[in-house]
Design a protein around this ligand. Structure first.
Ligand code: CA
Ligand code: CA
Ligand code: CA
Length: 329
């Protein structure tokens, strides 16, 4: 049984942690570093980069929403304690995975023997003999540095995709027809899988959308979402975690610490709480977009909502049981 003083202390301590963690997350800009090698601080899935949802996971461990085992790579010292310095370290690795202090000097406990998943059986099919007038073309240089490329992941990030004008999305070069290229074809980072972010002139009216969550009966203490929206049809003024973006996300769940980041084609949103729950079939927030001049009205089918991580009130990862959706009333 907790005394009143202890409850106050816990709340006070937790509130301080919330403020500190929020302060760290609020300054994260959009650029996602792409690192060479594994065991970066905060690289929970060891794919050679630190994604923003991994930073959020480290913050959740610091906030005691998740146990330390949720991501051993958050804990630089390996002492089963994730400190605010660890969260800052993870944020720094998200910003610059090549940073001098980003690489953990030793693998985190329990991961020392982990090796990347073998993919060697998936060799590419044999191709026809190249025409004799051309020698084989070398693959595009990975980076300007001498470090090896990041290990392949089991996401869609690995394979470059051809786009219009013979541009290759994912080769780190912005070519004709592309507006960005962050060296991968993944969504949820600085550049979308298409390497195109459409521009928008505000038409002077707005489109409000409800983001709903279906929890399958779980009471959620933490949820991390990515809402892909139709850039060029609707727009969120501002970028990253700036105040314009914050002002467009309303009706947030009370008692939760938010992390809201606009990627200009998708909205990243994370809410964490030590004591409050998100319950089934709940609208958890509203996004108010500007409509773009000359574009048709956006419909629900133009939006895609993905649950990146969901934690229930027993600190269990229930990501696979939780879905989200966007409604345009
Ligand atoms: Ca490109
Ligand atoms: Ca990308
Ligand atoms: Ca924006």
């Amino acid at each position: 049984m907790k005394s009143a003083n202890k409850v106050f202390f816990m709340n006070h301590r937790f509130g301080s942690r919330m403020r500190a963690a929020l302060g760290c997350l609020a300054i994260i800009p959009l650029l996602a570093g792409n690192a060479a090698g594994a065991i970066l601080q905060g690289d929970c899935n060891e794919d050679g980069m630190v994604a923003i949802n991994e930073v959020v996971r480290c913050a959740n461990i610091y906030l005691e929403v998740l146990p330390p085992s949720a991501c051993l790579a958050c804990d630089r010292m390996g002492d089963d304690s994730v400190t605010i310095d660890d969260v800052v370290g993870c944020s720094n690795c998200y910003l610059d995975a090549q940073g001098a202090n980003c690489r953990m000097s030793t693998p985190p406990p329990g991961q020392a023997t982990n090796t990347p998943i073998a993919t060697s059986t998936n060799s590419p099919p044999a191709t026809a003999t190249p025409p004799s007038t051309e020698t084989a073309t070398a693959p595009p240089p990975p980076t300007r540095t001498a470090t090896p490329p990041p290990p392949p992941t089991n996401t869609m990030a690995a394979t470059p995709t051809a786009t219009q004008s013979n541009a290759i999305c994912g080769n780190s070069m912005i070519e004709t027809g592309e507006t960005c290229d962050d060296g991968n074809t993944a969504n949820g980072d600085a550049c979308p899988s298409t390497c195109i972010i459409n521009t928008c002139s505000a038409a002077g009216t707005t489109t409000s959308t409800n983001v709903n969550v279906q929890t399958s009966g779980n009471n959620l203490r933490s949820i991390t979402l990515l809402v892909n929206y139709p850039d060029g049809t609707v727009n969120i003024p501002g970028t990253g975690a700036d105040s314009f973006v914050q002002g467009r996300v309303t009706n947030r769940p009370g008692g939760f610490t938010p992390t809201i980041v606009d990627l200009n084609y998708a909205l990243f949103a994370s809410f964490s709480s030590a004591s409050f729950n998100i319950t089934n079939n709940q609208r958890i927030f509203v996004v108010n977009y500007d409509r773009c001049e000359g574009a048709p009205p956006a419909t629900a089918e133009d939006f895609t909502c993905t649950v990146q991580e969901a934690i229930n009130s027993s600190a269990q990862n229930v990501t696979g049981m939780v879905t989200c959706s966007v409604a345009v009333p």
